[in-house]
Design a protein around this ligand. Structure first.
Ligand code: ADP
Ligand code: ZN
Length: 752
């Protein structure tokens, strides 16, 4: 029954982020505890703000304390484990308390500030209103006169198989208007029911037992003792593409559930969640919940509540699902663990791995990282004995890894082929079409023709707000900035700098689709990129169609490269990867190696052997050649020696302090001043190893009118270093600079 509480308040800036003390009214005392969501008066006007109780019976900092406005019920309270994670994030990343709170509970809270009935008293209000939906059933036969519409017939046909919810009807293209019309005629009746928390109840269960191959069984046997032990453990499942890592996951999850514990599965992209949910749901039929950003507000919150109430045994999701409020966690799987999407790029800038390790530690759980191309850091950890290594060396169906051919696009052009699709690839696609096999083509650029360049001054048309080229999108005939969304419509024909003629060149997914249509008019072509998959569930639907072989060729960006498992795909083509080879950041090679290995691995996974063709203007490139050979071990040896030589992770920590502001000289000056302060403080603590590089302009100098500079610090990411940095940040905040630049610390950046 605390009389005072320490509250982390929303919208606090980093510099003023501390726990503020409030008094608790007697009738609130029974309800308030650590982790309670509260509404507090804040600042001069005592305006209501959201907060979370992080300390009880806090020392009052002044004699005259303000009282809490309102306290949310205990059911909305952060669990002790989530509270621990808030503290963990606050200590490890440079975020505010409330940013950490917002990361661990979706949408900040289930409660929001409102006014009580009297119109003046600030109170907390529950956000969720739509708990129910309508379930429709057939009540009378459909009369033949007047002649029923096709939609009416479809609705009745569907409902003759049993009652359906409004959502299910809408998902099958039957609009609310059709349903209401049928209700008004008495053909359908509807009743209000509680909205199903189980979004995947309709997936049928597959009763066939899982049979592991000898190699998969050996992997399972090496891992499962760590589920039984109840002690924290980290392992890497390093298995070539198509080796059946998912089957090993399923077996481990089965064991985990049998032990009365729960499992959390992370995938790197939303597009991979449906496939994983399907596998889990059809295998276990148990309660599977999902957490990712493509769910709408209500769905996400309902799923979250279901997890918190203990209603889910398995949770699947993207990075943020690592905070799923499940208890009795026995297993955490991070699939495709090398993916950069596991590192958050906004505050709190955490890596899912480190949160996972923390939770595995607290719960005595097994943390299983999995990949065909593990990150250099993770593989190094297995060599250093910090992480168990378990290998799968063979593809399940016994197929060899795909054969890979590298095509020199310079020779192609010199030989008189003006197209972006080489003659070899064209032949291979044609043959694949004749054999009724499917093809996946990767092109890492969306849009039509990439750039507009001036014939006279050679200037590339750039975004007015960002220092990046704009990209032509054929739909709408407009130029689009992929960073800030700015558009120029219609597309310009003359250079804004010198008035010369603009020449449109380059190759994006839209252009590729067009070239393919011209070459193979009979083929059914599917384009997958941000533009075609923007609609809700579009991903899922398009991939399902591809799986049913309703398309012959799928061309797309990175989203076609990873994790997908289609048995008819026997050819993969990589159309444009060169720009990634020259990208900045110390992980650039690793990223290219992984991307190529992943996409090549989509080919030949079932009965027929696979082939892949990589088109490049740099055919001698060692990274490309290692990727073509799918020789991870050789790549790792090369990469680790390069990291050691250049002093990069895992041989040090890399901390990037970014500075942004609207005036470039001010940003540059602020960065320089910060570097000076850091040098000065570091000189007092010579025992802390660090090396400061820069400041330098960001690799993209300007995004959305904001200039960017950065300071790169090679360090040992431990408490001493973080305390030093905190000290410097605080000094920096107190500086009286003429124009401030915002400083942001990222301890998981790839240095770009
Ligand atoms: P990975 O994730 O290692 O690339 P998957 O787990 O997707 O590979 O497995 C590749 C394919 O082989 C999938 O279609 C999967 O269903 C099948 N497969 C793998 N192992 C088995 C098994 N033991 N029994 C049946 N099918 C399997
Ligand atoms: Zn822009």
């Amino acid at each position: 029954m605390p009389k005072t509480v320490g509250v982390a308040v929303s919208n606090a800036t980093f510099h003023f982020d501390k726990l503020y003390t409030y008094a608790v009214l007697p009738d609130q005392q029974a309800q308030v505890r650590l982790g309670s969501m509260v509404l507090v008066p804040f600042g001069r006007g005592s305006r209501p703000r959201m907060g979370v109780v992080l300390a009880c019976d806090a020392e009052p900092e002044s004699a005259k304390l303000k009282y809490l406005f309102d306290v949310a019920p205990a059911s909305a309270c952060l669990t002790p484990e989530l509270l621990g994670l808030v503290r963990f994030l606050k200590a490890r990343t440079f975020c505010t308390y409330y940013e950490a709170v917002k990361a661990v509970i979706p949408y900040g809270a289930q409660y929001r500030p409102a006014l009580a009935a009297d119109g003046v008293t600030p109170v907390l209000q529950k956000q969720l209103t739509r708990h129910t939906e309508t379930l429709y059933r057939l009540a009378a036969p459909l009369p033949q006169k007047p002649k029923p519409t096709a939609k009416q017939l479809a609705a009745v046909a569907l409902l003759s198989g049993g009652p359906r919810t409004q959502t299910e009807l809408e998902a099958r293209g039957i609009s609310r208007a059709v349903v209401e019309n049928l209700c008004s005629k008495g053909i359908l009746t509807g009743e209000k029911v509680n909205k199903s928390l189980d979004l995947y109840a309709s997936i049928p269960q597959n009763t066939e037992p899982l049979t592991l191959t000898a190699e998969q069984q050996a992997a399972y046997d090496a891992l499962s003792p760590h589920l039984e032990s109840g002690k924290p453990h980290t392992a890497l499942l390093y298995g070539v593409t198509g080796s059946g890592k998912t089957i090993v996951f399923l077996k481990l999850i089965e064991r985990c559930l049998a032990l009365g514990r729960r499992a959390l599965v992370l995938v790197p992209e939303i597009s991979l969640t449906p496939q994983m949910i399907l596998r889990l749901k059809s295998t276990f039929g148990r309660r599977v919940a999902v957490q990712h950003s493509a769910l709408n507000h209500t769905e996400r919150l309902l799923q979250w509540q279901m997890i918190q109430d203990g209603g889910a045994d398995i949770v699947v999701g993207t990075r943020s699902a690592i905070f799923a409020p499940m208890e009795k966690l026995g297993l955490i799987i991070i699939d495709e663990e090398q993916e950069h999407t596991y590192r958050s790029e906004s505050s709190p800038r955490y890596a899912a791995h480190e949160v996972a390790r923390q939770r595995a530690g607290e719960n005595g759980a097994l943390l299983l990282l999995a990949s065909a191309t593990p990150s250099t850091e993770t593989f190094y950890a297995t060599q250093a004995g910090r992480c168990q290594l378990v290998r799968l060396t063979q593809r399940y169906a016994g197929q060899p890894l795909p054969s890979v051919e590298i095509v020199d696009m310079r020779a192609e052009l010199a030989g008189g082929n003006p197209r972006e699709i080489s003659l070899s690839l064209e032949d291979a696609i044609r043959k694949n079409l004749e054999d009724h096999k499917q093809t996946i083509l990767l092109l890492n650029r969306r849009g039509y023709q990439t750039l507009a360049q001036c014939e006279d001054c050679r200037e590339v048309l750039k975004c007015p707000k960002c220092s990046v080229p704009m990209v032509y999108h054929k739909a709408g005939g407009r130029m689009l900035c992929h960073y800030c969304g700015s558009q120029i419509e219609p597309r310009p024909t003359v250079c804004p700098t010198c008035g010369g003629k603009l020449q449109y060149r380059g190759f994006g997914t839209q252009k590729a689709e067009e070239e393919l249509e011209a070459l193979f008019p009979e083929a059914r072509i599917l384009r997958m990129d941000q533009d075609t998959t923007a609609a809700k569930d579009a991903h899922e639907k398009l991939l399902a169609k591809f799986a049913r072989h309703e398309y012959d060729i799928m061309v797309g960006t990175q989203m076609v490269a990873k994790g997908l498992d289609f048995e008819d795909v026997t050819l993969v083509g990589v159309l444009g990867i060169d720009s990634l080879l020259f990208a900045q950041g110390f992980r650039a090679y690793e990223t290219v190696f992984s991307l190529i290995t992943q996409v090549v691995g989509r080919s030949g996974r079932a009965k027929a052997p696979g082939h892949a063709i990589i088109q490049t203007t740099d055919p001698g490139n060692p990274v490309l050649n290692l990727a073509a050979a799918q020789d991870y071990d050789a790549f790792f040896e090369q990469e680790i020696s390069y990291r050691k030589l250049g002093l990069y992770p895992p041989f040090c920590g890399l901390c990037v302090v970014g500075f942004t502001g609207t005036k470039e000289p001010a940003v540059a000056r602020a960065a320089a001043r910060f570097a000076q302060l850091l040098g000065q403080e570091a000189a007092k603590r010579p025992e802390i190893p660090l090396r400061v590089l820069g400041p330098t302009p960001g690799s993209i100098l300007k995004i959305n009118e904001n200039y960017r500079y950065k300071l790169t610090v090679k360090c040992r990411n431990d408490k001493q270093f973080r305390d030093l940095l905190r000290q410097v940040l605080s000094l920096y905040e107190q500086e009286k600079l003429p124009a401030k630049a915002t400083a942001v610390v990222d301890l998981h950046s790839d240095g770009d």
